[in-house]
Design a protein around this ligand. Structure first.
Ligand code: FMN
Ligand code: SF4
Ligand code: SF4
Length: 455
């Protein structure tokens, strides 16, 4: 891979940045609200950090990201010497019907630049940008000597903390690293413990989603002494097959392998995992850096409401460039001002009390669909959806003039939302809560529950 080399002397910094002493984008108060965060002791002017990946693999990128206004970065994962070797090609995508990238897949490894150059650049960047968070991602073999060797070198850079890459799903697990560690709670605990022993600043454990229960990994990290967790790393994936050549993408010659899935498509999976940890009684105050499909301020706000204290972005920056952070900061601060939240902390975890197990939901709550006839364009999509796959609760009527009319049969509607989801007209179908006169009743107490006595 050709990389721009970055000499850390001031004169060369000048050459890349124009004026390295004119720092921009570091204001923490935006539209009257304070976006600053103190995440497990790591301070940043805003919660928007770039995740460990190509956008953060060299000073040239990180400096421009800071100039654009990112509050922090997690440097592309460092490893042992000699550096990793990458293949060509490396990326593929899952596209929507209009050609938009819904999900992104990669088979890249950790940094393919030398440890020495990375450490030099990190040292200089932290010196030049003291107000931004700079976290160093690390992945070395699962033995104490390897960690004991690299950690003092990273500590000497002055970076604010480290993130343990225990999640890379391809290439590195075959060498006993990445997800091979992250899928084994004992190893998570052990590696975290070594890091706390040989490094004095905050240790963030980045978790793999390629497991059955994310809470197990978070609990192991906490046992090892982690200051925080971050999630998710990428999900094992094959995005598509070239049916002419019968090979998956991205292709390397005429072969392929599974990659790591990320981007917008993984956001729901990541949010659930963040919430699982945030509401786990075993990890109730463990700081969480939320990652996975964050592309807008709203995505970030949702992660924060579910327990994230900072958010990390990779794919959205790779697809749209560093400047997306401007809209993120502007949108989030405007929304916070409108809602009366004067800090990130003011709404962090706000959605957690309302996020519960199915058995605690109110069986007696009822909502039904309502069609706004003035907005309806008579496309019939709601009718087909309900008739063929839900509860046959929409009637298709024909008016005297031949016009079609769709009406909800209220007694039949179970309030599943399917018609609202399929309707192409905004606000045409709304779900209306009903006054049933019945008390709150959770399944635990429902007489229809055969296991009620036991539970
Ligand atoms: C091309 C590429 C390379 C990546 N390299 C790393 C890496 O070196 N270390 C790491 O911890 N995560 C790596 N990731 C994962 C991201 O940091 C992030 O966890 C993931 O992409 C989900 O976030 P997103 O949906 O915003 O992309 C990489 C992701 C991509 C797309
Ligand atoms: S909410 Fe569900 S059951 Fe009710 S009309 Fe719509 S699709 Fe049918
Ligand atoms: S899907 Fe929406 S617009 Fe189409 S018929 Fe149903 S209510 Fe009308």
């Amino acid at each position: 891979m050709s990389t721009k080399s970055f000499n850390t002397s001031s004169s060369n910094t000048d050459a890349f940045n124009g004026n390295p002493f004119k720092k921009s984008g570091g204001e923490s108060v935006v539209n009257g609200v304070d976006l600053s965060v103190n995440f497990a002791g790591i301070k940043a002017p805003n919660p928007f950090w770039l995740a460990s990946a190509p956008p953060t693999d060299k000073a040239y990128n990180v400096v421009r990201a800071y100039e654009a206004g990112w509050g922090g970065v997690v440097w592309k994962t460092l490893g042992e010497e000699p550096p990793a070797v990458n293949v060509s090609s490396r990326y593929s995508a899952h596209y929507g019907q209009n050609g938009e990238v819904i999900g992104f897949n990669n088979i890249e490894l950790i940094t393919d630049r030398s440890l020495e150059i990375n450490l030099q650049e990190i040292t200089q960047v932290k010196k030049d940008w003291p107000d931004r968070a700079l976290i160093v991602s690390i992945m070395v073999p699962c033995n104490e000597e390897a960690w004991a060797y690299i950690l003092p070198l990273v500590e000497a850079t002055g970076a604010d903390g480290i993130e343990l890459n225990l999640g890379c799903p391809h290439g590195m697990p075959e060498r006993g690293m990445g997800a091979a560690v992250g899928q084994n709670p004992d190893l998570i605990e052990k590696v975290t413990y070594w890091c706390k022993k040989h490094y004095s600043k905050p240790v963030i454990v980045k978790l793999t989603p390629n497991i059955t229960d994310i809470r197990v990994g978070a609990q192991a990290a906490l046992r090892g002494g982690a200051d925080a967790v971050s999630l998710i790393n990428t999900i094992n994936s094959i995005t598509s097959i070239d049916l002419d050549n019968m090979v998956a993408k991205p292709t390397v010659g005429n072969q392929s392998t599974h990659g790591g899935y990320c981007g917008s498509a993984v956001k729901p999976i990541a949010m659930n995992m963040v919430a699982e940890i945030a509401r786990d009684p075993a990890t109730p105050t463990l700081p969480i850096s939320g990652i996975g499909g964050i592309s807008t301020w709203r995505d970030a706000a949702e992660f924060i409401a579910l327990g994230a204290g900072s958010v990390q972005v990779c794919t959205a920056a790779m697809l749209n460039g560093f400047r997306i952070v401007e809209e993120m900061k502007d949108g989030l601060s405007r929304w916070m001002a409108e809602k009366g939240y004067d800090s990130i902390e003011a709404f962090s975890r706000k959605a957690i009390p309302q996020t519960t197990d199915w058995k605690h939901l109110d069986i007696n709550f009822k909502t039904i669909a309502k069609i706004d006839q003035d907005l309806c364009i008579e496309c019939g999509r709601c009718y087909i959806a309900c008739e063929d796959t839900s509860h046959q609760s929409i009637a298709k009527l024909t008016e005297q003039d031949g016009a079609r009319r769709y009406e909800v049969i209220e007694e039949e509607c179970v309030g599943c939302n399917l018609c609202q989801i399929t309707c192409p007209v905004e606000n045409c179908i709304t779900m209306v809560p009903q006054e049933t006169g019945q008390p709150f009743l959770a399944w635990d107490n429902d007489p229809r529950n055969p296991f009620r006595a036991a539970s």
